[in-house]
Design a protein around this ligand. Structure first.
Ligand code: SER
Length: 324
């Protein structure tokens, strides 16, 4: 059954998470109540839904789109990720900070019901405890992306306390999926490795073999977004900064999991500038606050995710439709 009580807007709708969130929201609210917005056209795997071209740094246009579609809930996914952010830090500041400020101001002025703004493991830095990183800890990131995410978390808390806006969000680990490719992140290798394994049986990894990072499969990512958005606000002690995780692994461990399904799969390691970014992030997260405050629990581990990814990609490859 769908509920038509909400009109939802997804910014960054052409991206890795946006493309698949559109499907999930279409099922929940009905496609006629889902507005996709992005500066780029939608991915070919996006569902049929309403679409607006939107540069989130343009406040007036942002509000115009919200008013035009009588939007009450926004999933604000538009952002420049960690690796691209180090290539063009000025653009990362503008898209991530102005975009977040604009959605918060729109929420305040137009009385939006609820907003989701993702944060990231990039909010942490080298001074943060790296293993089982606590929920409330040192936030001194060294990337432009990371510092805009910390500022976004703090701004969200400010708008909750000062204006009573209902804002929620998770610190996502690397997200692995097969709907739309990730763009410009440090964890993109963990997606590319599956495509290359299926297509070529070999992969050149831009991180070293022992780089352990927290990760999550897309079905769990979507579940975390929908569950957190459905939680009772009164029960949340945190807002837009929940640690969430499903697994942690190194590229060598991921390659081994793939090799069980694609024997002979080979990986070569050529670390680049993204190694320093990964080295400043946690290896694993303590997500007990999310588990306690809104019942977070992931379904997929490395083995289950690898099996599903490879099944999906092998089928698409056989149909000549890998999209990579
Ligand atoms: N996947 C993101 C990145 O690598 C982390 O939020 O930038």
């Amino acid at each position: 059954m769908t509920s038509s009580s909400s009109r939802v807007l997804v910014t960054g709708a052409s991206g890795q998470i946006g493309t698949e969130l559109l499907h999930a929201l279409g099922r929940k609210y009905g496609p006629e109540n889902v507005v996709a917005a992005d500066i780029q056209p939608l991915s070919k795997n996006a569902p049929a839904c309403l679409y607006e071209t939107l540069d989130v740094t343009k406040a007036e246009r942002f509000e115009e789109v919200i008013k035009k579609h009588r939007v009450d809930t926004v999933f604000h996914l538009a952002a420049i990720l960690s690796a691209n952010g180090e290539t063009i830090p000025q653009l990362a500041w503008s898209v991530n900070m102005d975009g977040t400020y604009n959605v918060l101001e729109a929420a305040r002025k137009l009385g939006l019901t609820r907003i989701f703004i993702p944060s990231s493991i990039a909010a942490f830095g080298p001074e943060t405890p790296r293993v089982n990183t606590p929920q409330d800890t040192i936030l001194k990131p060294k990337t432009m992306y990371g510092l805009t995410k910390v500022a976004g978390e703090l701004l969200a808390d400010y708008y909750v306390a000062r204006y009573g806006v209902d804002i929620r969000g998770c610190r996502f680990p690397g997200i692995i999926s097969n709907g739309a490719l990730p763009g410009g992140g440090t964890t993109d290798y963990a997606v590319a490795i599956y495509y290359e394994a299926v297509k070529n049986g070999r992969y050149t990894c831009f991180l070293g073999p022992e780089t352990r990072l927290p990760m999550m499969y897309m079905p769990d990512c979507l579940k975390s977004i929908l569950d957190l958005m459905a939680a009772d606000f009164a029960g949340l002690r945190h807002h837009a900064d929940f640690n969430v995780t499903a697994m942690s692994f190194t590229p060598a461990e991921q390659a081994e999991a793939i090799r069980k399904l694609i024997p002979g799969f080979e990986v070569e390691y050529k670390p680049d500038f993204r190694q320093a970014i990964a080295d400043s992030w946690p290896e694993s997260l303590d997500d007990s606050a999310a588990r306690e405050e809104w019942g977070w629990k992931p379904d997929y581990d490395l083995e289950a995710m690898s099996k599903d990814m490879i099944e999906v990609l092998q089928k698409r490859h056989a149909e000549g439709n890998l999209g990579y």
